[in-house]
Design a protein around this ligand. Structure first.
Ligand code: CA
Length: 252
């Protein structure tokens, strides 16, 4: 399995700072997007701690002298969950050490691939999508108050998109105590693409627009740039981060 990937993060049109962070590491088959929150620069701090902790955990967990392309030392779903739990501990630890950081937190969505398998794990409203045979599939469900209302039948998807409380996440790293992580394992097929993104993209573009871009035959970095430009053209009300991963065959 050969991977091609790229990532792009943009401040957007209305935020002063970019509080999103991401990791693109095709060699270790790890991809992460985190969307930080909290006053001052604290969102930036939280999302950076999260992605750095997860990245380091996977590098170490892959075993001493991990060989790129070789199977991981531990099952990837276990590794990714443990990495996210570790990231939560690190964010909470930073808050304990410096009380001024109280209230910071971050969402996270991670993708870890092994031969033939993908693990997607997330906390909060950063999303993972997959395009296979021209069809877009959302792989995560938002941990938000509005999504809970949609699931319960109290709001429609469209009402949720425009609801004043649409940004309220019900799960985040740094929110205190144990973090509840949602995980999915999927079989991987050659030719498919994965997208990880912060809500600065998914709140601005409809799924069919995302599908059209992600399924196009443009180079991946072009697609990243076009997705960010499209979100900015709609107003860019939040930071925008996209990571795209394409699964190729060994011969490619
Ligand atoms: Ca955001």
């Amino acid at each position: 399995m050969r991977l091609r990937a790229c990532g792009l993060s943009d401040r957007g049109r209305s935020r002063e700072r970019n509080e999103d962070s991401f990791v693109v590491d095709p060699e270790h088959r790890l991809f992460v997007v985190a969307d930080g929150m909290g006053g001052h620069r604290h969102g930036e701090v939280a999302s950076r701690i999260a992605v750095e902790t997860i990245h380091r955990f996977i590098l170490e967990g892959a075993g001493d002298g991990a060989v790129p392309g070789e199977p991981l030392a531990a099952p990837e779903s276990w590794l990714l969950r443990a990495a996210i739990r570790s990231a939560n501990e690190r964010v909470l630890g930073a808050i304990r050490q410096d009380g001024s950081l109280l209230g910071m937190g971050t969402t996270v969505v991670g993708l870890l691939l092994d031969d033939g398998r993908a693990t997607v794990a997330h906390v909060g409203d950063s999303r993972a999508y997959r395009v296979r045979d021209g069809q877009l599939e959302r792989l995560t469900r938002d941990h938000t108050w509005v999504n809970e209302q949609v699931v319960a039948g109290h709001l429609s998807e469209e009402q949720a998109r425009h609801h004043p409380l649409k940004n309220v996440v019900t799960r985040a790293l740094g929110a205190g105590g144990e973090v509840s992580i949602e995980t999915r394992e999927l079989r991987v097929r050659v030719g498919e693409r994965y997208l990880l993104c912060s809500d600065g993209l998914s709140a601005m573009l409809a799924d069919d627009e995302i599908c059209r871009e992600l399924g196009s035959d443009r180079p991946l970095d072009d697609i990243c740039r076009r997705l960010v430009e499209a979100a900015n053209a709609r107003g860019g009300i939040d930071n925008i981060t996209v990571v795209i991963v394409e699964v190729g065959s060994n011969g490619e």
